[in-house]
Structures are given as structure tokens and as C-alpha cells.
Design a protein around this ligand. Sequence first.
Ligand SMILES: [Zn+2]
Length: 669
Amino acid sequence: MRAMVTEALKRKVEKLREEIEYHNYRYYILDQPEIPDAQYDCMMRELEELEGKYPELRSPNSPTQRVGAPPLESFEIVRHTLPMLSLANAFDENEAKDFDRRVKKILASPGDVAYVAEPKLDGLAVELVYEGGHFIVGATRGDGVNGENITQNLRTLKTLPLQLIRMEIPVPDRLEVRGEVIIKLDKFKELNRKREEAGEAPFANPRNAAAGSVRQLDPKITRRRPLEIYFYGVGEVAGRTFKTHWEILQTFPKWGLRINPHIRRCQNIEEVLDYYREMNEKRENLPYEIDGIVIKVDRLDFQTGLGEIARSPRWALAFKFAPKQETTRIMDIIVQVGRTGALTPVAVMEPVRLGGVEVSRATLHNQDEIDRLDVRVGDTVIVQRAGDVIPDVVQVIPSKRKGTEKKFRMPSECPVCGSEVVKEEVICRCIGLDCPAQLKGRIKHFASKRAMDIEGLGVKLIDQLVARGLVKDVADLYYIKRDELMALERMAEKSAQNIIDALEKSKTKPLGKFLFALGILHVGETTAEDLSRTFPRLDDFFRLSEEDLVKVEGIGPEVSASVVQFFRDKKNRESIQRLKKAGIKLIEPRVKEKGDLAGKTFVFTGTLKSCGRDEARNLVESLGGITASSVSKKVDFMVAGEDPGAKYDKARELGIRVLSEEEFKQMIE
Ligand SMILES: [Zn+2]
């Protein structure tokens, strides 16, 4: 019979969750962890075990549930208790002063009105509902009245507490809290790099990336995106009253809700203007994009008195910065062909300085975007640069048209090889099998640092190799002779030898890198790594079905189909055979031989030097062993790392065999 769930047990689980949330907050938000990672892992493990043992104790708000729920068919609609209003805008200091005058006039206030000023984050506005301190539902702003239920996705954000911390002050019965989901600039660039490497279309800017990631039907995809949240306001609050907006913001961190570090209380509009100038200077150095500041009348009774007009509160203002925009002319639209055959239209512009850099090209993304903007060759346009990414065309200025502008259509034939172009959703692709543009892209990717890492094989050399027909497929690289290289431009004996050496050196690679190097559509670095760990032998891939692949964590149907298709292709199979014949040596991840540790129970204590504890546990389990979080007579081995805890003494007492990290490593090898 299964053990009963006692009140004490319930409280224990509840307490564990709260503690984990608290340490999450210390770690992810304050960046000031109080306990070693190992101890945190241990708490997490204990919670997982309890929830595993007593399913009735499971809760969607448990920190163990951040991994992401199954995909949805569509989003439900959530009605906001209080509408999420849009803010009125000001574009210069005079407009901000006008706003202040209106506020004083309506309030009949002879003196200064205090404001809270904060950076206006460029992300996606969301509202979260907490009941009794538990995260219940989260929604997008939507049209302000109705939003989309994105609870499952928001749960995957590590900067979002699933339970409010109640250690310092009590939590309200119901708290509707509002915030902005963002992606930091460095993470955005990284995300786009990975997408491009996987042959996927990059996001236009961090805001699009954040919005696109939050509105994913599959929470597992959301979980892999580097989303963060900052909280900045409330909707309805039951069970607690506040006097000022500043007080609300100062209370948030005590509940574990992150606030932006740059918020400031300003005594009057003059201080707001100072803040605005200061932030305008700082914005280039902030880790995320901001497009202005938001100011709010601090006193809540004043806010009530001011009310709203035309769906905008009269007590708040979005005070925008002058955008990093410029006007220029489009001289031409050219088409680039990538390694997956995707055609990207690029605007060639009269050079213009934008955010301190001279730019002459802007991406137009695809035909749909060109149609939406109605951009034509010869048009005068406004271009904008977000972060350090390639500039975007924001809009056309039709009044500058002379009538000589030419409309642009994506070609129906590849501009490089003349093959047919097919349209898949918004992307046009060249389907030519021998397209030199695709081949060059594939070689460049194959040789890149994170793939086969062939030093010295740059774009100019690749151009020559392809032009002379020396390389028709990546496998040909390993069959080039030194004499052939020396016959190329700018290639002396020494440099030719260097390339030969670099090729030789690149032959030994982990399977994951090799899979990535092949340039399979949708298979980026991480996915390739995941695949290699589950299927450690290259030959396995020729036999895998889509069903086998979707079982792998983080691999969806799109990736599965793409992998199967790639390895079924005759040309690809031949290419891989020739690579093997050329002497490619793949380092297979540790071959799992189930049964080595069959039935043996392991427990870990202290810090392991060579690998994380999760990794060590996975290893044990992959070899048929069992892992436990606490010491009992059932445990066969204890692995003791540095600074072992109380478990160590208990293991000694029970006469359990204690292994050092070294001994453990020998055992599993
Ligand atoms: Zn082509």
C-alpha cells in the first residue's frame, strides 16, 4: 500500500518549494547565491523525488515544472481585470513639460508633483496573476482588454517566481502584476547566430524575438529562448493597499519580483528631464534595448484623481528618445543565396551614418516584407538600427517619389545558378543541387570554427576552389592536392602546406561537431550535440526514423523530418562515405553499455570537480545504476566530492563504501 500524504509532508513540500524559489531569486535575479549549487541541486532532487512518490503533491507551480508543458493547439483568451492601457507619448522636452502642466492643473496642485521614472523596455508587456502567492495565470497584453493565455510559457522563465517569497512581508490574496518580457542584446545576437547556422530566418530585433518566443505554442521552445522579465506595475491587488507607485516597486523585490535597477523617484519634472538625458546617454551601454523612459505620477490617490482619457491613463507618459533612424535612398535591391538555398533580398543604399557607424546595406528579409513596406528601387526610405544588427528599412517616404522607382520581385530563378526557386511560407529557396552559392555557403559553414574548424579556409579561397571545380562537395576538401592549391592565386608553397595541415588536423572531431558541420536544416550546434549524445554512432543516423528522433529532449517534428531527409538523400550518403574514406575520425560520446552498474544505488555529496552533479547522475543512470538523494542502507556507493556534507558521516556510520571522485571515474570508465 502506498504511504499516505500527511499534513506534515504537505508542509515539507511547500517549504521546499518556497526555499527553492528564494534561492532562484538570489541566483537568477540578485546574482548573489547564498548556498552552493550542489545544495540547491540537492533540494531540487528531494522535491522531485517527493513529487514522484506522491503524485497528489504535484503542482504546476512547482519549480520542478519549469521544463515546459506539452504544446497547445491555440491560446485561450484571458480578460484583464483592469485593462492594460496604452501610454500617451511625448517626443521632446516641451511635450513632457506640457504633460506636467496638465497634471498639475487637473490636480489643482500649486506645488511640484513627484514622478517615478523608469527605462521603457522594448519587449512584450504581460500580466501575471498570483493567488495566495502562487502564480495562477499569465497573459499577453493583447488589445489591452483581452490577452492570450501564455501561462505555460511564462513558467519557463527563471526570472519569474512561481511562488512569491513571503519571508519578509505577507503576500496579497490576489496580485495582478505587470511586467515586460525581454531578450538581452548579447543573448539576442547569440540566438540569431544559432538560427542562421541552423538555416533558419533570423529575428529582426530583440522585441520580435521576445514576442515570438513568448507566443510559442510549444513551451519547450520558449524554454530554450533567453527570456527575462522585469516587473513595473500592478493591476488589481486584493489584500494589501499602497500609497505610492514607488512603494509598490520597493515591495516587489521582497516578494521575489525583479524590478529594473535604473528606476528613480523624481521630485518634479525638472528631475525627470535630467533622468531622461542621463538615460539617453546610457542607453548605448545598457544590456537591453530601451526606446525611452516611462514616467508615472507617484501618488496613487493622484493617479485615481487623474483618471484616463481615450484609453490612456492621464497619470503616465511614454517619453521617447529620438530613434537611431536616418533617411537615405535605395539604389538597388540584390539577392543573396545562403547555404540552405534561402534567398534574402538586401537593399543597397547610399551610405549613411547611423548610431555612429556608416551603413550601406539593409536587410529586407523577404518578399512579404517588401510588399508590406511597398519599397521600390530608387525610393527614399527611413532606416533604423537596433543594437548592432543589420539595419532595417522602417518605412518609405512616398512624397519623395519621382515616378521612376521600380518595383522589386523576388526572382523565380536563382540569380547564381539559374535553378527554379520555390516558396516555402515566406522564404524563397533555390532548389538547385549544384548551386555554387549554396555550395560555397556549405563549405564556409563546414570549415567554420565551431564546426570542423579548418584554419585558413576563408571566403576567397572557397570562391576559387568552387570556381575551378576543385570542390563540388565538402568531402572534396580532403582530396585536394598540394599542387592544385599552389596553382591558385595568392597561394605559395607554405600557405598551401598550411591548408593541407589544417585539413589533416580537422579530421578528428567529436560526432556532435561533425553533425553540425554537415549543415542539416534546423540542426544548430546545440541540437547536433543533443543528437550525438543520444545516438553516439554516425551509422545510427542512416537508420533513424522520425519517431526515434522526436523522443529526444528538445527535438521537434521539424528537426526530425529534416534529419531523416538528410540522411536518406543519396548524395549526402555518398558524401559522408567519402568523408569517412578520407580518414575522418569521429570521437563518439561515451558508449553507454547498460548493465555495468545495474541495480547499484549511488548517492553524491560535496562538489565534483570534473562534472556537474546532474551529469554524474545521468551517467550513473545511463549505465543502469540508480541514484538517491539521501543516505540509507539501500545505498551501495557514496561519491564524495570536495567539502562533503553530513551525508558523508552518515554513510560512514552505515558502512557504505565511499568513493573519491577519481575512484568513481575509474569505475564508470
Ligand atoms: Zn542557386
